[in-house]
Write a protein that binds this ligand. Structure first.
Ligand code: ADP
Length: 317
């Protein structure tokens, strides 16, 4: 398992991680979810023992990382965001080289290579050169290298962020298959990714954990908000400020113009806005062409928790 208590990390005078605590149990996939610069990679690199931390307690598989970084590292498989690979090698040679790095006895190497090749569905490319691999296969090879020594813990930094949707699906399937026997901590700035993969999520923002829970728990927090889609016949430029002036409004966003002259908006509010919307529409003679109440999603909790940082996040439909 992974245990982090009051972790603080400064780069020079600048705090990157400001007192975060979390844990991951065996068999769980836990997500660190947050915008760029939130502190996700820093936290993960600290866990792998690659960078030192300022204060706090960090244990992986019961081993304190600061006191015994080598033993801690032995328990960890790490896939970094950029996944550097030896371009001049073949896939098999690359796996063999990493067996050496991981001190796997020579007589056991082929068996380990066969196992991870099957686990990561690399059979078709094992005799190719690394430089010939597609992005999806490169990521699978990165995962194979991370699990070569059969670590108890997997730390994955943005494992699918540079992949196309089909490759993302394949890598997700792999991670979910691996979770049966491992403790997995992954980071992502893609909300739908966290929803698809993670049993629990920690939302991290400016080096602090600002929310945590299962996807369902976080969604139920967001359910306190009202979310409406409304389409009015009227000038978009005038409708937006009128919406923004409604009492209890949290956020109004232009959505679409499915019909010319009838812009659609998504609005989130603390209160039920159906009556104020009706009053606004009749007073301004902007007929309501469509009004739907929608259930609040994790996007909404993210919006309310991280506000300005939202622009940096990717949200897949
Ligand atoms: P994330 O992975 O969530 O995008 P990072 O952990 O990479 O966030 O970065 C957290 C903060 O620490 C950011 O403000 C970033 O600019 C800063 N930072 C990251 N790495 C370094 C470094 N090597 N030196 C100085 N500042 C850094």
């Amino acid at each position: 398992m992974i245990e982090v208590q009051n972790l603080v990390k400064y780069y020079g005078d600048a705090p990157a991680v400001s007192g975060i605590s979390f844990s991951v149990q065996p068999g769980e996939v836990v997500g660190l979810l947050g915008p760029n610069g939130a502190g996700k990679s820093t936290t993960q690199r600290i866990l792998t023992g690659y960078i030192p931390f300022t204060s706090g307690l960090v244990k992986t598989a019961g081993i304190p990382v600061r006191e015994d970084p080598l033993a801690a590292r032995q328990q960890i498989g790490y896939l970094s965001e950029n996944n550097p690979l030896y371009e001049s090698l073949g896939v098999w040679e690359c796996l063999e080289l990493y067996c050496g790095f991981r001190h796997i006895p020579v007589e056991e190497r082929q068996k380990r290579i066969d196992t991870v090749t099957a686990q990561c569905a690399l059979e078709d490319v094992v005799s190719k050169d690394v430089s010939e691999l597609s992005k999806g296969y490169r990521q699978r090879l990165g995962l194979a290298l991370a699990i070569l020594h059969d670590p108890a813990i997997l730390i994955l930094d943005e494992p699918t962020s540079s992949l196309d949707p089909i490759q993302q699906k394949e890598v997700r399937r792999l991670i979910l298959a691996l979770k049966q026997k491992k403790t997995v901590l992954l980071s992502t700035h893609i909300l739908s990714e966290a929803q698809k993969l993670c049993d629990r999520i920690y939302i991290i923002h400016q080096g602090k954990i600002i929310a945590q829970g299962t996807v369902e728990e976080l969604e139920s927090q967001a359910k306190n908000d009202f979310v409406f889609y409304i389409r009015l016949k009227g000038p978009q430029k005038e409708i937006m400020p009128a919406l923004q002036a409604l009492p209890g409004l949290k956020k109004a966003e232009y959505s679409d113009e499915k019909e010319p002259g009838c812009p659609g908006f998504l609005i989130t509010s603390h209160t039920d806005l159906r009556l104020p919307l009706f009053e606004m529409s009749s007073k301004r003679t902007w007929p309501i062409m469509e009004l739907k109440q929608q259930s609040a999603t994790l996007d909404d909790i993210f919006h309310s928790l991280t506000e300005k940082q939202m622009k940096q996040l990717d949200f897949e439909p």
